[in-house]
Ligand binder design. Structure first.
Ligand code: ACM
Length: 570
């Protein structure tokens, strides 16, 4: 059954039937050959590492069996999840059996070395799914769903769709990077559990696997912390809100009314973590310290450099009205206690500690900090931040966690690089991203590329004057985001330091769910493809056409999206 499709790399060839290797459009899109057109009919984003297409389709019968013989419970769970969504959206019923003749064969293949990799073959007589880990099985099923009518990936019924057929393909796939992330700032504006779930759903459709939640900033502290209730009763409320009137004037607005209290309860965080886990997405919490920690300092000024001042929770886009007094052992304990409760909630063993844009002049004006700096023999005030970061790293390490941090942790003048090197933190590179990544690997630290401006997808996506108010001049277009080439000129022996990519959504100007979606989609998919697909497979025009087809998927779930390169589907 399977030998009618064989793996042949590099060129067009044929055996029994016409089998075509898809290496399309790398050298321009001037003429769209039948070969390219066929490739586009297999509407997969991100593009798989290797896909070959045979003419014809496999129409799924209204019921069939899946052979799950000898599979463990966790793999069967993945199969069941696929069966459930397929049934709910198409009405097709699939029963699990141990029958070697079942239409769908699901097999463990220990030869597949990448835990997220998989092999998927569809012939006119059946489907074979192989992986070595549950991640790989999940992605194989995501690919299967994506090749069916879009209501299947959307998970919704559509009475107009009466036939569910798969193209005949052989796919050997694995991601280019293990970290394919999206950072959502829920501090400047809060997005409720339902909206975060919608974001997670869309990320999973495109094989993204890390949601970095920016949970605290000067404008709000957004997670329940039992030991310090004022973080929520004070830190999650501000006097005013500023944002953009999405769907109205598109102009900047102030409410002049209190914004909050808005934060996730522990129960809600557990719900989100469990939801994300099913989608093979890890949630990485960020508690931004010591800069951008203003909401926490408003709630507990006694731990700040100016303990007698009543610090505000900031209502505009300015930042860092004060910083924690790192010479005070009680302040360090406060930060550790917060991280302790954070570790109780988030099982993925990485905590993002922020570390960006910390105005160290507060330490320079604080006698206790200056005395401490002298005592520690630090030659630069910035070393106080390095000391603080090292303290937090050692603390989370006692529970097997590691830190992630913004790149100022190593690039700010005066940082104590020996201290930071010893933390083993992953560096999220945003400002001067490429140079920061190089500096990180010179210290033996891994990096994630989140380059500003290109991957800051809260920036305007066109220069059209009707674009909603926000940062940027319209240069962060879908095409610009897509064409960013992560780690493309990095020496082979340094590539292992490049864990992956991350799009960032800062929400100073974004308060409405629809506005968030409009900014995120489809630019997030452009980042997803750069994170998953081989660089040699990227082609903007082809991607654009796939996104055009995916507007059907967006509409099924009523997602808003930027239509700049796309026409709305019916
Ligand atoms: C940042 O944009 N301050 C990480």
């Amino acid at each position: 059954m399977w030998n009618s499709v064989r793996r042949i790399t590099g060129s067009l060839m044929s055996m029994k039937g016409v089998v075509k290797s898809i290496r399309f459009c790398l050298f321009g899109m001037a003429a769209c050959s039948a070969f390219e057109a066929e490739a586009q009919n297999v509407n997969l984003t991100p593009q798989p590492k290797d896909i070959q297409v045979q003419e014809g389709m496999l129409t799924l019968p209204s019921s069939f069996e899946a052979n799950v013989n000898q599979l463990g419970d966790s793999v069967i769970q993945e199969v069941d999840q696929f069966i459930e969504v397929l049934g709910a959206s198409s009405g097709i019923s699939v029963k699990t059996t141990g029958d070697a003749k079942a239409l769908l064969q699901v097999r463990l293949n220990p030869e597949i070395k990448n835990s997220e990799g998989y092999v998927l073959r569809v012939t006119d007589s059946g489907i074979l799914v192989e992986a070595s880990c549950t991640d790989g099985f999940f992605y194989a099923f995501q690919t299967l769903k994506k090749m069916l009518p879009a209501n299947v990936m959307a998970g919704v019924k559509d009475p107009k769709v009466t036939s569910y057929a798969l193209p005949l393909v052989q796919i050997t796939d694995e991601p280019r990077f293990g970290y394919r992330g999206f950072m959502l700032d829920v501090a400047r504006h809060f997005f409720d559990v339902d909206e975060v779930k919608r974001v997670l759903d869309m990320m999973a459709c495109y094989k993204m696997n890390k949601l970095h939640l920016h949970l605290s900033d000067d404008q709000g502290f957004r997670v329940e912390i039992t030991k310090y209730p004022r973080l929520n009763t004070i830190g999650s409320i501000r006097d005013d809100s500023y944002s953009t009137d999405f769907g109205g004037s598109g102009k900047r607005i102030h409410t002049y009314k209190p914004y909050g209290p808005y934060y996730y309860t522990k129960e809600q965080i557990r719900e989100l973590v469990a939801y994300a886990e099913k989608l093979h997405i890890d949630i990485i919490p960020e508690i931004d310290m010591p800069g951008h920690f203003g909401a926490a300092m408003a709630a507990y000024p006694e731990f700040s450099c100016e303990p007698d001042v009543r610090h505000p929770v900031i209502s505009d886009e300015s930042h860092t009205p004060t910083i924690p007094n790192v010479a005070n052992p009680k302040t360090l304990q406060f930060a550790k206690d917060i991280l302790s409760e954070i570790m109780d909630l988030f099982p993925y063993p990485y905590i993002h500690i922020g570390g960006d844009e910390c105005d160290a002049s507060h330490w320079e004006r604080n006698e206790e900090c200056m005395a401490f700096m002298k005592k520690m023999n630090f030659s630069h005030v910035r070393a106080l931040q390095s000391y603080f970061t090292k303290e937090m790293a050692d603390f989370v390490a006692t529970r097997g966690y590691k830190l992630m941090a913004w790149n100022e942790t190593i690039t700010a003048t005066g940082s104590d690089l020996n201290l930071i090197k010893s933390t083993g933190a992953d560096i999220v590179c945003w400002t001067g991203a490429e140079a920061a990544a190089q500096k990180a690997y010179s210290l033996g630290l891994s990096n994630i590329l989140a380059p500003q401006p290109t991957y800051y997808i809260n920036r305007k996506q066109s220069a059209d004057p009707t674009e909603p108010t926000g940062p940027g001049n319209g240069n962060e277009t879908l095409e610009a985001v897509y064409n960013y080439a992560p780690a493309n000129n990095v020496a082979a022996d340094k590539l292992h330091y490049y864990k992956g990519v991350q799009a960032c959504m800062w929400t100073e100007y974004i308060s409405a769910d629809k506005h968030l979606e409009y900014m995120a989609f489809p630019r997030l998919m452009a980042v997803a493809e750069s994170g998953w697909s081989p660089a040699s497979k990227k082609n903007f025009e082809n991607f654009r056409q796939r996104m055009q087809q995916d507007t059907v998927l967006f509409h099924y779930r009523d997602y808003e999206y930027g239509r700049h390169y796309l026409k709305a589907s019916q």
